[in-house]
Design a protein around this ligand. Structure first.
Ligand code: SF4
Ligand code: SF4
Length: 232
């Protein structure tokens, strides 16, 4: 068995930060293997670790979402995803050149058949990597910026020292529940054993996007992100 290396991890962290990542962590996926196999397939469940990276949204852009859908939010959503994909590719290729197996998960990876289930959960990897916890809004909540960030993930078999997951700190807060016009957020604390519908109604959120698009010509919302008190 290879010795877990902090030096390789630090190399990756430096590269990621240099490229513009605000957050970097390593997730131990071993305990989540059955969940990954059931939800994302056998191939992805074979990776023992994931590198998780995050890039922050400028807070003022998220604050504007309190007033309604914003073109500037959609613009930076794309810019940040592209930046995340660039960083992921660089880290993945670095690990691959060293002989490790990697699978970089694209930052934006909605399936046509299910908007809320991508090919792999960035939030799962990020929460296991200690970048934050999965909040009642189903977003990854980071202590520094709350949900004002986007994520990317690199699955790998490289021997990287994992970080420690963070405790859920939503507590009795219900700000995202109150902010959600179509009441898509039920207000239940995240539990990995629960099915999504116990805490979130994806169709209500999706229908609301269609509604605001028909009214404003911009199909976004994010009021739950703007309302979160963490990092506001
Ligand atoms: S994006 Fe809007 S509609 Fe969807 S859960 Fe958040 S507040 Fe509700
Ligand atoms: S608004 Fe409150 S309940 Fe919702 S995710 Fe943020 S901290 Fe958790």
């Amino acid at each position: 068995m290879e010795i877990l290396t902090n030096s390789l991890k630090e190399q990756l962290r430096k590269k990621a930060n240099y490229m513009g990542a605000d957050l970097f962590g390593v997730a131990d996926l071993e305990k989540a293997k059955p969940y990954i196999k059931d939800n994302y397939g056998l191939e992805f469940s074979k990776y023992p670790s994931a590198v998780s990276i995050g890039v922050f949204f400028p807070k003022e852009i998220i604050r504007l979402l309190e007033e309604g859908p914003q073109q500037v939010y959609s613009y930076y959503y794309s810019v940040i995803n592209q930046k995340l994909d660039e960083i992921s590719l660089l880290l993945a290729n670095h690990l691959e050149r060293m002989g490790y197996k990697v699978f970089p998960i694209p930052a934006s990876q909605q399936l046509l058949t299910n908007k809320y289930k991508g090919i792999f959960s960035h939030k799962l990897a990020a929460s296991l990597a200690g970048l934050g916890w999965i909040g009642k809004s189903c977003c990854l909540i980071n202590e520094q910026v709350g949900p004002r960030l986007r994520l990317a993930t690199i699955l790998t078999n490289a021997p990287l020292e994992p970080d420690t997951p963070t405790n859920n700190k939503c507590g009795s807060c219900t700000a995202c529940v109150k902010a959600c016009t179509p009441q898509a957020i039920i207000g239940v604390a995240f539990n990995p054993d629960d099915i999504l519908s116990k805490r979130f109604d994806p169709k209500a959120c999706d229908d609301y996007f269609d509604y605001v698009k028909s009214r404003h010509g911009i199909g976004n919302c994010g009021k739950c992100i703007a309302a979160c008190p963490w990092g506001r």
